[in-house]
Design a protein around this ligand. Structure first.
Ligand SMILES: *Cc1c(COP(=O)(O)O)cnc(C)c1O
Length: 400
């Protein structure tokens, strides 16, 4: 066991020679990519609703068990197009602050006003009980986030949306391959949006998708996605270039084919993290409910600094020096970022759970290139650091 002076932050050698990041890339084999890309170059059809983009639309719709999957060039554009497709020029949307800022910014782009709602300390997502008191005559929609692939109270929010005649949108960027009572999360809400960013479990380098069972919303979203004259399915006022390229669609198809095996490997690593870190005092690792399945991409740990002996920021700093690059998602919370933090109406906003999670959540590295040994070694380091917490706290104060 290292002496407190021997940790990398205080001049020692890092536990890992190379940095291990949270978003480990799930990449198909190069020879498969080569075959796919040769096909694109042979056809000389690089974008504008090419055969691979159309194939991926169908493959992803089938994967989710929805009528329509409308692929776009990233998850943020998916949210923007979905928000426009709802057809409101103004109005309030109830949304969590505890999310990637894109969720909220996309609503602003679409001309809607975000109303921040606190989240459940158990699931880190909105609940119907928290949303209900925020509904006003100006509310037009609820935008939930299936954060970390955890279902965002889908049935209760659907009932609430129906009771008040609101649209229900889910940001499912984290939720490819996740199910709730056996149903893929893309089936819930009027629309669900996905991201195929390089760091997500299905990696198209960049990419996104809107899933819906509603023919009218699908027609509007498909029309908004493209300026192509042949892609006009519904009357809409604004359009955007959100088309997925053939290169992206080719990668997305290869990545989707590997989804099950990537989930299985993520799950193994997640279980190791769970067994090792879940036992440590003051650490709570988020795990799916018994009736849900996850893609296990996010190893999300809530750290009670009092009980653990080190607070989240102290632990993150020590781990960072060891080349274990954890992420402090989402700090600061979206309500503390421009333009929202400057909105006088938001100054009095109280989001106690969000504030606490912004302070205490640490997400650990996971993804295909990592081995079980990497995970064990990370857990060894965390365990050793926490065992030396009092000495390390004193040393941290000196280097502060
Ligand atoms: C990644 C992500 C997005 C945005 O997706 P991009 O493809 O990066 O634009 C939106 N919401 C959440 C929760 C995300 O994690």
């Amino acid at each position: 066991m290292k002496h407190p002076d021997q940790w990398a932050l205080f001049g020692g050698t890092p536990s890992f020679a190379q940095p291990l990041h949270v978003g480990q890339l799930n990449l198909p084999q190069w020879d498969q990519i080569e075959v796919t890309f040769r096909g694109i170059f042979e056809r000389q059809w690089y974008t504008n609703h090419g055969p691979l983009a159309r194939e991926f639309d169908i493959a992803f719709a089938r994967h989710l068990g929805v009528k329509h999957a409308i692929t776009v060039n990233n998850g943020t554009v998916a949210l923007m197009v979905a928000a426009r497709a709802l057809g409101f020029d103004q109005g309030e949307v109830i949304v969590p602050s505890f999310t990637f800022p894109a969720t909220v910014q996309a609503l602003s782009w679409a001309g809607l006003t975000p109303i921040f709602c606190d989240v459940s300390p158990e699931t880190h997502t909105l609940t119907a009980e928290q949303v209900r008191p925020l509904i006003t005559p100006s509310t037009v929609a609820i935008a939930g986030v299936h954060l970390w692939g955890q279902p965002c109270d889908p049935e209760a929010l659907a009932a609430l949306a129906e009771e008040f005649g609101l649209a229900l949108l889910f940001d499912a960027a984290h939720a490819v391959g996740c199910t709730h009572h056996g149903r893929p999360l893309g089936q819930f809400g009027d629309m669900a949006t996905f991201s195929f960013h390089a760091t997500k479990i299905v990696n198209a380098a960049e990419g996104g998708c809107i899933a819906t069972n509603d023919d009218e919303l699908a027609a509007r979203a498909k029309t908004i996605r493209s300026f192509h004259p042949g892609e006009q399915y519904a009357p809409v006022d604004t359009r955007i270039n959100g088309k997925m390229s053939e290169a992206q669609a080719g990668l997305a198809l290869l990545s989707l084919a590997e989804l099950e095996s990537n989930i299985a490997a993520n799950r193994q690593r997640h279980m190791t993290y769970q067994q090792r870190l879940g036992e440590l005092p003051g650490l709570r690792l988020l795990t799916p409910a018994t009736h849900d399945t996850s893609n296990y991409q996010y190893v999300t740990v809530v750290i009670d600094g009092e009980r653990a002996g080190l607070c989240r920021d102290q632990l993150a700093r020590l781990l960072d020096a060891e080349n274990i690059i954890c992420r402090r998602y989402f700090e600061p919370g979206t309500h503390r970022l421009p333009p929202y933090r400057d909105d006088p109406a938001l100054r009095v906003l109280s989001l106690p759970v969000t504030e606490r999670l912004c302070r205490d959540v640490l997400v650990f590295p996971n993804g295909t290139p990592m081995t079980e040994d990497d995970v064990s070694k990370i857990c060894d380091v965390v365990e050793a650091l926490l065992a030396q917490a009092p000495a390390l706290r004193a040393k941290l104060e000196q280097v502060a």
